[in-house]
Ligand binder design. Structure first.
Ligand code: AMP
Length: 466
């Protein structure tokens, strides 16, 4: 998953992009980058591994002049975690610099890459996003917009994009609309970003959310709607609302916080815990769900777990070793809250079961008499191919174990998952148009064969990217 942001006609755009990336840090913590285009049309770029605040200093940002800039925070769903794959991807296009930042995952990138390599393309990264750049560059259409369209017509899967060619900023959402993208206004300029929290931090006002298939051209303080991409059935990612997006954002027209409270209320109806003394969340992503559970059930809400905020999201670390170690240092139970008590622990999802298992042990060691685990989404039974970093099927605990087995593995007194119907009703009432493939197995695009393999890295040509 990734966070993306773009700005046009904004003084010192890179400084504002930096703040926006700060707000989008939760969407990717492996690397970050900003590319700006100065008034003479020259590009300036800085990308590095690590957190936004560590990568950019005021002096670094001063080296990224211009009123047009895009930025990216990354964690890898395709391609490995290394600087080469950090975005924005910047190339010398025939009319000027072309920079691209991508959130999503292209499901046919392997085949497209193999074809392109056969035709002589030389790739310098192992990320799927570079395929788009090659497709644009190789298109036989003449106008840049036709070239982009050519490329988009060939890719399958999830993409929300910000892309600059010279001073023109494009914002594009794939026809299924897997990943969010919003348009905001900042004085005389425009901002596009993955989530509204990135607009809030810079004081931009929300204009609207981009619809699936929508494509904007933004230049010199004006926004033009380009003809939408050919329409497909909408597949908004339900996991954005459950886990990924920030609760203070509005995503797919819904307040993430309100959706999470509704999920918690529904969970309490489906899986009550009579006789429990208190309920608490696994902070932070399930805070609102625990609140909803407490309101619905009448069980007292507590802060039973404290999260160390200086540790990144455990999952986002690419290796299992890093994950395991971080799980232990990330949370600590409040002994005074749990000691001797019958507690309900609410979490948004269970993936591998590794974090939860160590958490439950910690809560037990802190004296909890009974632990009732409630999960505010259904069992995850399949990997995501549309941009969420879920592991292979074999690593997903619910793909290979029954609820009873998981309950035993986690050593909880009871375990309740929200039903699929409960999730859909809480998320969008009667509305359809969500992708729930990780829960249902109903994949909206062809499932790639070797999703977790790398796109092979070819001989790098350092001159191409600045
Ligand atoms: P585990 O116990 O290892 O299954 O981890 C469960 C925790 O991972 C939950 O608290 C979720 O909030 C979190 N989680 C779920 N999906 C993801 C994801 N794609 N990336 C990072 N963390 C996740």
């Amino acid at each position: 998953m990734c966070g993306i942001i773009g700005m046009s006609n904004v003084p010192e755009a890179a400084h504002q992009v930096y703040l926006g990336l700060y707000a989008l840090q939760h969407r990717g913590q492996e690397s970050a980058g900003i590319t700006s285009v100065d008034d003479d049309g020259r590009s300036h770029s800085h990308r590095a591994m690590g957190l936004v605040s560590d990568i950019f200093s005021p002096a670094r940002l001063d080296d990224l002049p211009g009123r047009v800039a895009i930025g990216h925070t990354r964690y890898s769903t395709s391609g490995s975690s290394e600087l080469n794959n950090a975005q924005p991807c910047l190339v010398d296009y025939h009319t000027g610099p072309l920079a691209l930042a991508h959130n999503g995952n292209l499901t046919n990138a392997h085949q497209l890459k193999a074809d392109l390599v056969k035709k002589g393309s030389i790739f310098r990264t192992s990320s799927d996003s570079e395929v788009l750049v090659h497709l644009i560059a190789r298109s036989e259409a003449r106008a840049p917009e036709d070239q982009i369209l050519d490329a988009l017509e060939r890719v399958e899967g999830a993409y929300s994009l910000v892309l600059t060619i010279g001073h023109v900023l494009y914002a594009i959402v794939d026809p299924r609309g897997f990943r969010p993208l919003v348009l905001g206004k900042l004085n005389g300029g425009y901002v596009v970003a993955s989530e509204t929290c990135a607009l809030d931090i810079i004081g931009a006002s929300l204009e609207r959310e981009l619809q699936p298939g929508e494509w904007l051209r933004i230049e010199n303080g004006s926004v033009q709607d380009l003809p939408p991409l050919p329409s497909k059935q909408h597949q908004r990612c339900v996991f954005e609302l459950i886990y990924f997006s920030r609760p203070d954002s509005v995503v797919f027209g819904e307040s993430v916080d309100a959706v999470r409270r509704a999920l918690g209320r529904r969970l309490a109806k489906e899986h009550p815990a009579p006789g429990a003394d208190c309920v608490f969340s696994v902070p932070d992503s399930s805070n609102a769900m625990a609140l909803g559970y407490a309101v619905q059930s009448g069980i007292k809400l507590e802060h039973g777990l404290i999260r160390n905020h200086y540790v990144g999201r455990t999952f986002i670390s690419p290796t299992q070793a890093a994950r395991t170690e971080k799980a232990r240092i990330k949370f600590n139970p409040v002994r005074g809250v749990v000691d001797g008590e019958r507690v309900v622990v609410v979490d948004d999802s269970l993936v591998r079961g590794t974090t939860s298992r160590s958490l439950i042990k910690m809560i037990r060691d802190a004296g909890a008499r009974e632990i009732h685990l409630r999960i505010a989404s259904p069992p995850i039974t399949g990997p995501c191919y549309s941009g969420i970093d879920t592991p292979t099927r074999g690593e997903l605990i619910a793909a290979t174990h029954t609820v009873e087995e998981i309950q035993r593995h986690l050593a909880v007194d009871s375990l309740g998952y929200l039903s699929a119907d409960g999730m859909h009703e809480a998320v969008a009432g009667a509305r359809s148009g969500f992708c729930d493939a990780c829960f249902s197995g109903a994949y909206p695009t062809t499932v790639p064969h070797n999703q977790h393999d790398e796109l092979p890295l070819d001989i790098p040509i350092p001159a191409v990217v600045k």
